[in-house]
Structures are given as structure tokens and as C-alpha cells.
Ligand binder design. Sequence first.
Ligand code: 6R9
Length: 630
Amino acid sequence: MSNRIHTLSGYFHEYQKSVTEPEKFWARIADSFHWKKRWDKVLEWDFESPDIKWFVNAKLNITENILERHLYTIGDRPAIIWEPNDPSEEGRTITYRELYHEVCRFSNALKSKGIGKGDKVIIYMPMIPEAAVAMLACARIGAIHSVVFAGFSSTALSDRVNDCGAKAILTSDGNFRGNKKIPVKEVVDTALENCTVETVIVVKRTGQEIDMLDGRDYWWHEVIEGHEDNNVAEEMDSEDMLFILYTSGSTGKPKGVVHTIGGYMIYTKYTFENVFQYSQGDVFWCTADIGWVTGHSYIVYGPLLAGGTTVMYEGVPTYPDAGRFWAVIDKYRVNQFYTAPTAIRALQAFGTEPIQQYKLESLKVLGSVGEPINEEAWHWYHTHIGKSKCPIVDTWWQTETGGIMISPLAGITPTKPAYATLPLPGIQLFVMDADGNKLVGNSVEGNLCIGFPWPGMIRTTYGDHDRCKQTYFSTYKGMYFTGDGVKRDHDGYYRILGRVDDVINVSGHRFGTAEVENAINEHPLVLESAVVGYPHEVKGQGIYAYVICDMTNRTEANLTNEIKESVTKIIGPIAKPDKIQIVSGLPKTRSGKIMRRILRKVAEGNLDNMGDTSTLLDPEVVEEIIKGRK
Ligand code: 6R9
């Protein structure tokens, strides 16, 4: 049964129902899934604690809704189409029947290694089908997966293993990315110097030399040998954890966002079918990495719950050339293509020549996610990729929201460049001013909040519920605060203006300023640092670091490089500052607070109006910073 909306009036009608009778609305959607036991109550909630329960006491296994459900109806349909990094290597197509058997076999193997319900399993893998199989195998036996982007450093990995108390790591020997062969198991080995797990299972992908520790490390192909390729899925509670996904906030270390099974399941499928207007038989391609929430919800769970065909690409947009995305779209006749503005801008820089030889005629819908899309990129995408006939869905959402929250429904909601347009059914948005007042009516700008629970929402931050409360539910009483600024225009359309907290969005990846500063401060010669975001042509935002350090016997060039290395080692290469300015002091208030507002202005090159600097301890510092601007 499909719950797809087909017309604009249908959307308004559904939206109305979802607000006036939310429980009835979501119960109807949930009815189209397979539950082992139905719920006693649809929703229990309190945004104060916060305490949110959807489908109270219902029992299910999400993988039955992906595997068993499709086995006898569309068993021969491709579930996953995998495109390798190297176009001359043969890809793989995995049907629903094959996926069922692979997931069962691997979940049996996990059980044989003593992994079961409630155990945490880290997945640190490149974009290979085994990564999706691993996620589903965990879900099948009730283990909780935590996927860590394989570009993160060993320190970032061991932090996450320790934070969630993982029992196992699933990984690969190496990773093909463009013309590089990247060590993956080696990073795991280094991480394991600072944490312990009982089991490491390694997929052979590149065939490079790696160390295997007896009694701890096993090859994937060996560990699955002799196991049955079917089993009965574990019975889980609707509110049991499905996964933990680490993401950056404005303070401290990345936090583990917790999603639970029932609500996430119905929310990802519902949003997938409606936003992309996915029809049976369509080929859907989301270019995200499974290490991010977009990969979780729209490469794996959403499309597979919908019985869809999902493309998974191992490589990068520009390998072997800047036409690769377009080649893959033609090769598999992709119907819905979902990518990030940063990728669009990077490809736009190559002009239209790399597109010429491709037809792109299969495309019906284009999607954008991860950061605000600028109008120029929107138009380029629309004209050159969509040939002016494909609607663009600019989808706003977050790791914490589980699925898309504000977006056009493809071909149904009239679009406006750079606008995420209207909330999906069930999503009650509020624009708030700094004093906590609701801004009513149109043509207003403020902070984006959500006033009512939706099934896909965050339940807690792992191991620290108070942090969840402080971060999301304390700024505005009775509301979930997103951390984003928003404008509601004269038509009632929403445009996301970017983060209003200390989070920097680099190529769609979130980093906290404090997180990057801590990594910089690890360098022994660094005394203090302050990091801000600034507009970057391709990445959306770049990282600008102001650093005070001991320059004795060092040149600026080698210090800058060492600082970059330090960040690469502690977080990963994607968090490397784009610009580093060595300074002798930072603008601080008399109470010792760094005035980031000033640093941001300098980084943006917005030097005319520094605003009020009268509260500064040492106004001369500002002059020096402006002079030395990078
Ligand atoms: C899905 C994802 C979330 C932050 C979010 C916002 C920004 C995401 C956006 C967008 C403008 C869009 N963001 N989509 N900004 N327009 N369509 O990206 O999750 O990695 O948690 O990032 O990304 O600032 O708060 P996540």
C-alpha cells in the first residue's frame, strides 16, 4: 500500500490532517508496515524531558519490512546496484532475494561471534555493498550499528568506539577512491591502540597487505562460510535503538544521535516516496556516503523499505573525469538523482563540456541536501542536468530529524530557487525570535523550531540524555530547536539561512568550532586558537583558523602545515582549515570571551563595519588581525 500524495491540494489536505489528528495520521501510515505486534498507543511525548515514544509497545523487525516483505513479490528486482570506483571494473546488482540471503548469512555469522541484541557494532567501511549488508544484519539481530565515515581519523574512530562501548568493528582492508588506494584496516589498528573490541571483521576489497590479529580479526568471506542463508529476525520493540550516528554540535566532542526502530522506519519510507515521488521500478541514486545520515536514510533504509532500487557508488565525482556522475546516470538509467550543492558547484566549475556526451534523459527528479543551495548552482543544476524539465527538491533536514522535514514534493509543490519550500505532513514549524516569541504571519526571519514530535526524530544523545535536553529542548521551551536560521517569505515558503550556532558546514559536513579548535590546540606550539566559518565558492563554508603560537625556530609555512596535519590526525582531512592566520592575540571581551563576530567579519572580508568594539580588552588586536588577513 502506498501513501503517496499526488497533487498539491492532496498535500494541503494531508498536511491539515497530520496537524489536527497526528496520531490518526501516522497510525494510517504505520498500518502499511509489517508489525509482529501492533502498538497500544501511537504516541507518548514530553519535550521537557525530552521523552518521545512512537508506537508504544509495538514489536517488529525493520529488516522484515525490507527483506521478507519483498521476497515473494519483487524478489528478482534489483535492491542495490553497486558502481565501483573504477569504471572498467564490473559492478554488482543485488536483488531483494540475494539481499535477503546475504543479510541472513552475515547476521548468522555475527551471532556466531557472540554479537546479539543490544550490542553496539561500529561499521567503518567504504561504499561497498557489504556496508549496507552489515547495517541490515545488525538490525536483523537487534544489534545497534554506528557507522563511522571511513574518512575519519583513527582518533575519531577510537573516540566513537569508546563512547558507545562497541563490541565489534566491521571494516575493509582498504578503499579505492579516485586514483588512490586508502588504508582502512590500518586506521582501525591504530584506533585499537586506544580502545578495545572483541571482534573485527574485514572485507577484502583492495587486496593490500594488512595485519590480522589472531582471535580478534576475521575475514568477512571466511566468517560467513558454513552459515545458513536464512533465519528468523529478532523481535524488537518499536522504541529499541536502531542506530547511533555521531555528529558535531557547537560544544565539545561529537555526540551520538540515537534513532529508534519504529518511528525511523515509517518516516524514512514515507518521506522517500513522497519527496522523490518514487514509483515502483524507478532507479534512485543518492551520492552521499553511508557514514552520514543521508546515506542511512536515502541509500539504505528509505529506498529499501519502499522496495526500490538504490544505486551505491564507491568513488568520487571527478574520477576518472568530471563526467562520471552523468555516465553513471546514463548507465543505469537513473530516475531520481540526489546530491549536495558542494558537488554541483565543484562540477559546475568544469563547465558543460563534460556533460555533452551524456543524454541524461532518464532523469525525472533532482535533489539537493546538506547545505543551502545558492541560486546560481540551482539554475545550473536545473538547466544543464535536469534539461529544464526535472523539478529540484531542495530538502532540509538533519541527522537529528532522521528524514527530510522541509522540501517540495517533486513535480507537485511549485519550486523557488534556494527555497526548501514547505514542511512535509506532520512537521509543525515555528519561526522564533531571540527572545523566545513565535513570529506569526509571513515575511519573517528567525530561528527554526519544531513544536510537535514526528516519528523520525532524535530520542536521545547516547550516554548523556541531559546533553540532548540542553542542546535541542532548552533554548525554546516546549520546542525542538534546530540550530538553523530561517526566513518565511511572503508566500509562506521557507528558506534556510544556515546555522546560527557555532557549527560550520563544510561541503555539507558539520564541524563544531570547538571541535576543530581542540584539534588545533593539540599541536604542542599552539597556545590558543579560534575558528570561524567563511563563505567558500565550492565548499559552501570554509574553515578559517586564527592561531596564537610559539614561533621560535619555526616558519609560518611549516607551522601551518603541522597544524593542518594535527587536525587531519585528530578529526580527518575534511576538517583541515582552509586558512590559518598566525596572530599575537585574539579579540576578547573583558570577561575573556572571544568575540567571534569580529573574527567572522574579518574572515568574510567584511571589514567596513566592525560593530561595537568598545567592550574589547585590547582593540589593537583587531587592527593587527585585519592587516594579516589571509
Ligand atoms: C541531512 C544533513 C544538518 C545541517 C542543517 C543545515 C544544513 C541540510 C539543507 C541545509 C540548507 C538544505 N542543511 N540540508 N541547509 N538547505 N537543504 O545534511 O544532516 O549532516 O546533520 O546537517 O545541514 O544547517 O542543520 P546533517
